[in-house]
Design a protein around this ligand. Structure first.
Ligand code: FMN
Length: 148
């Protein structure tokens, strides 16, 4: 497995970065090659072609997926290079899960036609550093990756 974690957050060293670092470490422990990249809406994402698993995630700020990840999906060549890839999603937010499923996840999903979504997870801020939640997310991704 070659995995790239594409993320955005306004907080350097914040809860999102802690989460992706833990996810990356767990994936690497399971034998995956892992890199991470902070998104820019104007970025060149041609490097994504070298990976077979793409993990996408960001916090919600003011009801919108953090702008550089959403912008990358809507404006850059990310959509082109993510085609045919296995994808896992996470969102960090303070809202209850039903609201996040209804209002926030579709912001990502609508931009992921042509991909296979292996796992989707809504995480409250306190869950982002919970080892059991991190382990479950990584295990779910691994299991779905092996099946699909
Ligand atoms: C300025 C700001 C706006 C936020 N707006 C929302 C929101 O509209 N909906 C929501 O569910 N959570 C909202 N949150 C909660 C964040 O999504 C959550 O705390 C997240 O874990 C922050 O990630 P970070 O530490 O990487 O910045 C907001 C947080 C901040 C700081």
């Amino acid at each position: 497995m070659k995995a790239i974690i594409l993320y955005d957050s306004r907080s350097a060293g914040g809860s999102t970065e802690k989460f992706i670092d833990s996810v990356g470490t767990k994936l690497a422990e399971k034998g995956a090659y892992v890199e991470k990249a902070k998104c820019k809406s104007t970025g060149d994402f041609s490097f994504v072609k070298d990976f077979d698993l793409v993990i996408l995630g960001a916090p919600i700020y003011y009801m919108i997926v953090s702008s550089q990840l959403l912008g990358a999906l809507m404006q850059s060549n990310l959509k082109q290079f993510i085609q045919g890839k296995k994808v896992a999603l996470f969102l960090a937010c303070g809202s209850p899960e039903p609201m996040a499923n209804l209002l926030y996840l579709p912001q990502l999903e609508l931009n992921l036609a042509g991909t296979t979504i292996l796992a989707e997870r809504i995480l409250a801020p306190h869950q982002l550093t919970n080892p059991e939640i991190i382990e479950k997310f990584v295990n779910d991704v691994f299991t779905a990756y092996s099946k699909k």
